[in-house]
Design a protein around this ligand. Structure first.
Ligand SMILES: *Cc1c(COP(=O)(O)O)cnc(C)c1O
Length: 342
């Protein structure tokens, strides 16, 4: 069996067809907004979400950081769950780029309730505490195990944002998975948020790329921030072509990744050495081993010996992520391997 990499859904490699689409892209200088393929991708994603404008970026970190920069002033505070990617995995960019602090909410699987958000808002007239100006949510949640939000709760949070004059940002790195799992539409999300970041380089299988979505005005301002952060690229239409190809060909197949993740979850639950498997809604599987029987490192090593690569999350948790390069053959081998390890 060839190497099976379940470390992340970012490990995918572009297929021949995607590479062909990339190689035949018409390109121009995107810093002058003259790359027809990037312009086409931006229009496609903006239309999909029913928003005015979109901007192509090299990474999801940069789209999130740009949105935070645009919605805040130095000294402000944003509200997010304690598991949020913007807080845990963007190198401290919130403080570095925007001079902003995070009020962490103790949510469930990376998701907060509207009343938790309301409680986290600092009174605007109390000048001793930082001014709350932004709420950031993540769907699906990464550290929360691919959990999907209840859309009603997102609407309740929106209401609180409006009442308190807070901006509302969605880190939708894996929104594609949530839309498939919950049978929701991108337009529902486009109508709710002031800005949305989506990744093309996760479940959609592109080598590079993220898109920031919002109003004409926000995206116009984002152009300058992207330039400041060093994210202005030239003939990057070759990369955008991968995005267009992926949206047309790789999105709807994600249900397969979700089904395989659930089946792996069942196989893990049947193992005596596995203590707990978190609920699986999309393509992320987070589980804990019974430390009395086997350590995390031993469990990882046993799978590695059998050519299956997964990752430790700390605090006794391990993670597997299914993706489009994880084939049915690999899936069957993985299920058999887990069963044989007991
Ligand atoms: C991957 C990811 C991002 C962006 O990551 P990049 O590697 O910078 O593209 C943002 N948010 C979440 C939840 C993610 O999983």
């Amino acid at each position: 069996m060839e190497e099976i990499n379940l470390i992340s859904d970012t490990v995918t490699r572009p297929s021949k067809k995607m590479l062909n689409a990339m190689m035949s892209a018409k390109v121009g200088d995107d810093v002058f907004k003259n790359d027809p393929t990037i312009n086409a991708l931006e229009a496609k994603v903006a239309n999909l979400f029913g928003v005015e404008a979109a901007l192509f970026f090299p990474s999801g970190t940069m789209t999130n950081q740009t949105a935070i920069k645009l919605h805040t002033q130095p000294g402000d505070q944003l509200i997010c769950d304690k598991y949020a990617h913007i807080y845990n995995y963007e190198g401290g960019g919130v403080s570095f780029n925007s001079g902003v602090s995070c009020k962490l909410v103790d949510g469930h699987r990376g998701m907060m309730t509207a009343s938790q958000v309301e409680d986290a808002i600092n009174p605007p007239d109390f000048y001793h505490s930082p001014l709350t100006t932004l709420v950031c949510i993540e769907n699906t949640t990464n550290k929360g195990g691919g959990a999907c939000w209840d859309f009603n709760e997102l609407e309740k949070i929106k209401k609180i944002c409006v009442e308190n004059k807070l901006k509302y940002h969605l880190d939708g790195a894996r929104i594609w998975n949530a839309l498939i799992a919950k049978k929701e539409t991108p337009k529902q999300y486009g109508a709710l948020f002031d800005s949305i970041s989506v990744c093309l380089s996760k479940g959609l299988g592109c080598p590079v790329g993220s898109v920031l979505l919002g109003s004409e005005e926000l995206v116009h301002k984002a152009l300058r921030i992207r330039k400041i952060l060093g994210g202005g690229m030239r003939q990057a239409g070759y990369l955008a072509a991968a995005g267009i190809y992926a949206l047309d060909n790789h999105w709807k197949r994600m249900a397969e990744d979700h089904l395989r993740a659930k089946e792996i979850g069942e196989a893990l639950k049947a193992m005596a050495t596995v203590k707990k498997v978190e609920p699986i809604e999309t393509n992320i599987i987070i589980f804990e081993v019974d430390e009395n029987q086997i350590s995390e490192a031993e469990f990882l090593a046993k799978l590695k010996q059998r050519n299956i690569h997964i990752i430790a999350m700390g605090q006794g948790k391990l993670r597997m992520v299914t993706h489009m390069d994880f084939t049915q053959k690999m899936h069957e081998y993985t299920l058999l391997t887990l069963a044989s390890l007991g």
